[in-house]
Design a protein around this ligand. Structure first.
Ligand SMILES: NC(=O)c1ccc[n+]([C@@H]2O[C@H](COP(=O)([O-])OP(=O)(O)OC[C@H]3O[C@@H](n4cnc5c(N)ncnc54)[C@H](OP(=O)(O)O)[C@@H]3O)[C@@H](O)[C@H]2O)c1
Length: 271
């Protein structure tokens, strides 16, 4: 696994990390045991960052449970989605409890919700050392101008945005700004546009991908991950999976050399 600096935090993050939306939202001992296996495999493959949120049902709690006793060297990113300061504080306190930790590595304002009201709360926790870094996320590219305003405040260390072969809006302005400000960039939905889960994988899978074999890429999923990872402004990808065998498939991309520009262009020409 290759590690990249998470922007100005200077912390090395695995090029391929792991998202927890849906796949970690489970109940019952058997299902939690399966998530434990996913996490064990991810750690074995070099993943050092897990992204979760209170909005992902049981995911925060399950992540806290399966990481108990093996938190060393593991970064937890979670989120807050509230429109006022008092509610944000309450939700953050719950996240500490669910994640079974006194320190959360990255707290992100989820979908920019109430960001002007919630930011002072986050800064307060950061000053006390219980939130190490702060970030903002949004799945809506239409919110990028607002996100860029937030980035320019200097408060945030990271952004989390959609970026994949089927949605390259981020390349236009927000990724260059993140690079200029030296902010970490986490990529949500590197495989599947949020409201059309299988379209992109199907579209890529229709093509002859043998030209990618020389670069160690064997599947459509790997091709999509390698594409997003080729962007020099990206710190880490957050693919999610509920299938054990896909953890190794996805994380293998993090150990490959960056795709050269001509191969990146060739992938773009596929769609
Ligand atoms: N607003 C926000 O802040 C926001 C929004 C969306 C997502 N996120 C974060 O980003 C993470 C990733 O987003 P996501 O889960 O929506 O999308 P994703 O990781 O791009 O796609 C997940 C889907 O792809 C499938 N998949 C995984 N690996 C595959 C492979 N190698 N080949 C084919 N299919 C594969 C999974 O199915 P299987 O389970 O069957 O493998 C699942 O249906 C989330 O978990 C969350 O942490 C944040």
């Amino acid at each position: 696994m290759h590690y990249r600096s998470l922007g100005r935090t200077g912390i090395p993050v695995s090029t391929v990390a792991m998202g927890t939306w849906q796949s970690f939202d489970v109940r019952g001992e058997r299902a939690v045991q399966h998530v434990r296996q996913l996490v064990t495999e991810a750690l074995r493959c070099g993943v050092n960052l897990f992204d979760t949120a209170p909005m992902y049902g049981q995911a925060e709690e399950v992540l806290g449970t399966v990481l108990r006793g093996r938190r060393e060297g593991v970064l937890i990113a979670t989120k807050v989605l509230q429109s006022d300061a008092a509610s944000a504080r309450r939700q953050i306190e719950q996240s500490f409890r669910k994640l079974q930790t006194d320190v959360i590595d990255l707290m992100q304002i989820h979908n920019m919700a109430g960001w002007q009201q919630v930011t002072p709360v986050l800064e307060d926790y950061k000053a006390r050392g219980t939130l190490r870094w702060l970030g903002i996320t949004d799945y809506r590219t239409g919110m990028f101008p607002e996100m860029m305003r937030a980035m320019r405040t200097g408060v945030f260390d990271t952004i989390q945005i959609p970026y994949n072969l089927g949605d390259r809006e981020a390349e236009r302005a927000i990724l260059p700004l993140a690079a200029e400000l030296n902010l970490g960039v986490l990529v949500m939905t590197p495989l599947c546009p949020i409201f059309d889960r299988s379209r992109l994988l199907r579209a890529v899978g229709r093509h002859d991908m043998s030209f990618l074999e020389a670069y160690g890429i064997r599947t459509a999923g790997q091709a999509l991950l390698a594409y997003a990872a080729a962007n020099p402004h990206v710190s880490s990808l957050l693919p999610a999976t509920s299938r054990l065998e896909r953890v190794a498939e996805n994380t293998a991309v993090g150990a490959l050399p960056r795709l050269p520009p001509d191969i990146v262009r060739r992938l773009e020409a596929l769609l």
